[in-house]
Ligand binder design. Structure first.
Ligand SMILES: O=C(O)CCC(=O)C(=O)O
Ligand SMILES: [Fe+2]
Length: 346
């Protein structure tokens, strides 16, 4: 949906920061991509734990068919802000197809990928993540964001053969939208509220699909795939081809979220934090890279319609956040990133 690019018009990114490195021809990690501990980069101890897959945790795995699924989801949202889902009903072929189309895209020569480059104030297309705007150091990452339809950019990437990509992406988005709606209903039930308590209606959502590429890195100990951040929207449904994702939990520190075959990861975002009056808090997460694997992840961001008002649900008698539109909140995120939510605290 074109409307989603508007929040960023007033906060354009410098074109140099949108263009990712040509990872294919890079044999060392350039100075521009080396992060220090003073930039919040993981200490050696964190990296060691990641290598040993000592995740210190048992991030909940929730069976969507379990009789007590509402209780399980509520507990996972309150404690971790992240959980795996299994028995979700999405055939594995949808996931395999979207991952293989993502690999096909990122395998294109950089000159070709640049034909679909995101514009300075835009949100759709190929490029480095928007968070790069806030850091001096660059990330070991390239992405492709689909907002609504991918057709215009896909035609640039594959002038004679864009249909397969568009079909796969559209099918995947439709499945994700349905699944995200189901998960949101379960979350609302766990808060003891119904769909009617929302000012917007469930089937409506902005469709945002983010294809992420983290190429194998010659020196993974020195760089980030994605720096610590939270996601803006209600919830994110994530498929990851390999490990790399870590989440932060108070009192535990960083915990690896290992991929479980056939499962998706669900991460709570800022709008869920607002809706639940801070009870189901946004989860801080980051991505580390590795030396041998080209990791792909596919994130579906589920959001209320961009013009709709979001506020803590009416059941919360002492709201800690003020009401605003999704669009206004995204504009704040574009300016303040992680500080946006504290700006709207009452
Ligand atoms: O690659 C991952 O595991 C996480 C991706 C992510 O955090 C994002 O796209 O916002
Ligand atoms: Fe994220």
């Amino acid at each position: 949906m074109a409307s989603l690019s508007r929040p960023f018009e007033e906060t354009p990114m410098h074109i140099k920061k949108i263009i990712p490195l040509d990872f294919e021809s890079t044999k060392v990690v350039p100075e521009s991509h080396v992060w220090q501990e003073t930039d919040g980069f993981p200490s050696n101890c964190d990296i060691l734990q990641f290598d040993e897959e000592n995740s210190k945790s048992s991030i909940p795995v929730i069976d969507l068919m379990a009789p007590n699924v509402v209780e399980l989801i509520g507990h996972a949202c309150e404690t971790w802000g992240t959980f795996h889902i299994i028995n979700h009903g999405i055939p594995s072929s949808f996931v395999e197809d979207v991952e293989s189309q993502a690999r096909r895209l990122f395998a294109l020569p950089i000159e070709q990928k640049l034909k679909a480059l995101r514009t300075a104030g835009g949100s759709a297309g190929y490029g480095a993540p928007r968070m790069s705007k806030f850091f001096t150091q660059r990330l070991w990452h390239e992405g492709f964001t689909v907002v609504g339809s991918a057709v215009d950019h896909a035609k640039e990437l594959w002038p004679h053969d864009h249909q397969a990509f568009c079909d796969v992406v559209e099918n995947y988005q439709n499945k994700m939208k349905e699944l995200a709606g189901q998960i949101l209903l379960l979350i609302l039930k766990s808060l003891d509220v119904s769909e009617e308590d929302l000012s917007w209606k469930l089937p409506m959502s902005e469709d945002i699909l983010q294809l992420n590429s983290f190429p194998a890195c010659p020196h993974p100990e020195s760089t980030f795939g994605l720096a610590p951040h939270t996601d803006s929207m209600l919830l994110t449904i994530l498929h990851q081809s390999d490990k790399g994702l870590q989440i932060f939990r108070d009192g535990f520190g960083w915990a690896t979220v290992p991929p479980i075959p056939g499962a998706f990861v669900v991460n709570l975002g800022n709008i869920m934090d607002i809706l639940s009056n801070g009870k189901f808090a946004r989860v801080l997460h980051r991505v580390l890279v590795n030396q041998s694997k080209h990791r792909i992840s596919v994130a579906y961001f589920y959001s209320p319609p961009i013009e709709s008002q979001v506020a803590p649900l009416a059941k919360f008698k002492s709201p800690i956040y003020r009401s605003l539109t999704v669009k206004e909140f995204l504009q704040m995120r574009a300016k303040h990133l992680e500080d946006a939510i504290s700006v709207i605290r009452i």
